[in-house]
Design a protein around this ligand. Structure first.
Ligand code: SF4
Length: 371
């Protein structure tokens, strides 16, 4: 019978996972080209468990801030940026931003501020340093995860300093870690098409490499689902894995699906990636990134129902309460902008896992019962 004769193309990948061997480019392509979604999920979950994962699923209580959306770069996938003259452009003063953050903290006691901005050419390095100092002074126990590698590079052009010099200043002002944005897809061909004004991928890596060697930790990302090929996605993951071999400073990886609304790609007929594509990306990320301990199912981007499935496709973290996300919502994300802790606990429990509130470096703050 045809059904009994069926041979999975994933067999050689499974053999490598079970043997603890590193997967290569061909293995990654085999996974993405397979239609056997359930086996892919099962393989990713197996890899996660064989590498020490358990039933715990973590989240952080965090506030998202963006001090300015003015940006010189004009990435074609971006619905967030504005020019200085546009009506929706904003640049918030340090005083306003800190007052707002302190008020939010009274309401929600978040442990992390996640802040990213446009690359605003009308400000200087002090804009960032003053903000970090003021936030740290008012909220000394809150972890400041601020500024993508692209922004750090932008600060070098504003100040004439090197990456290391800028990072030393930011760290002294209160920076605790870097978020992983700005990675997009590393392949030159893709960057030239979707973000021609953005720095070369080598610069993104140099910023993270420098930060890691200074003791700062960071996350890393990939924005997929636009013009990239499967080869370019796997190449991206392998480059991150190689960097992690060198410095070990990535605490987590977040696959980010492209949202075309309000971008030039919407007019060209681009659509969201499908749920099965998102789940495959989750799984292949876990399978390829054997040296990055945490893979996030970012519910703001995927929605809660698909994120719950993602926990069975290699993810072990759902990011966090994410108060006030603006960037994916500018591009049409329909999710709520805040999930309170009791909602996340219920969500994790209903996925059959153990909820764990963590800090920004993935240390445990609180563990709940499984049900
Ligand atoms: S993605 Fe970032 S760098 Fe690119 S246009 Fe948007 S805000 Fe600017």
């Amino acid at each position: 019978m045809a059904l009994l004769d069926r041979t999975s193309t994933l067999g050689p990948v499974r053999d490598k996972v079970e043997a603890g061997e590193r997967l290569d480019l061909e293995d990654g392509l085999t996974i993405l080209e397979s239609d056997d979604l359930l086996e892919i999920g099962e393989l990713a979950d197996l890899a996660r468990r064989l590498r020490g994962g358990n039933d715990e699923v973590s989240f952080v209580q965090n506030l998202y801030l963006s001090q300015t959306n003015v940006c010189r770069v004009k990435c074609k996938f971006c619905a967030f940026a504005a020019t200085q003259k546009q009506e929706h452009a904003y640049s918030t003063t340090t005083e306003e931003l800190v007052r707002d953050a302190v008020a939010q903290h009274r309401l929600a006691s978040f442990t992390e501020i996640h802040m990213v901005n446009g690359e605003n050419p009308h400000i200087d390095l002090d804009f960032y340093l003053d903000t970090l100092r003021a936030l740290k002074a008012e909220l000394p126990d809150v972890h400041l995860k601020c500024y993508t590698a692209s922004e750090v590079h932008h600060m070098t052009t504003l100040s004439g300093l090197t990456h290391e010099e800028v990072l030393v200043e930011l760290k002294a002002a209160g920076l605790d870690s870097l978020p992983g944005g700005g990675a997009e897809i590393f392949a030159d061909r893709v960057r030239a098409l979707v973000a021609p004004g953005k720095e070369h991928a080598d610069i993104w890596f140099h910023v993270h490499d420098t930060a890691h060697r200074m003791g700062l930790r960071s996350t890393c990302t990939m924005l997929y689902g636009h013009v990239e090929t499967y080869e370019e996605r796997i190449d991206h993951l392998i480059r991150l894995r190689e960097q992690q071999d060198r410095t070990g400073g990535f605490v987590a990886f977040i696959p980010l699906a492209f949202h075309p609304e309000n971008t030039v790609f919407e007019r060209r007929g681009f659509r969201h990636s499908t749920g099965s594509e998102d789940l495959k990306m989750m799984a292949v990320s876990r399978l390829m990134l054997d040296n990055i301990p945490n893979i996030k199912a970012y519910w703001i981007m995927m929605g809660m129902p698909l994120s719950a499935v993602g926990l069975h496709f290699g993810a072990n973290d759902v990011q966090g309460t994410v108060m006030r996300e603006t960037i994916f919502h500018a591009a049409g994300a329909q999710t709520e902008t805040e999930q309170k802790i009791d909602q996340l606990v219920r969500f994790v429990r209903e996925a059959g896992r153990i909820p764990v509130q963590r800090d920004s470096l993935h240390n445990t703050i609180q563990v709940w019962d499984a049900a």
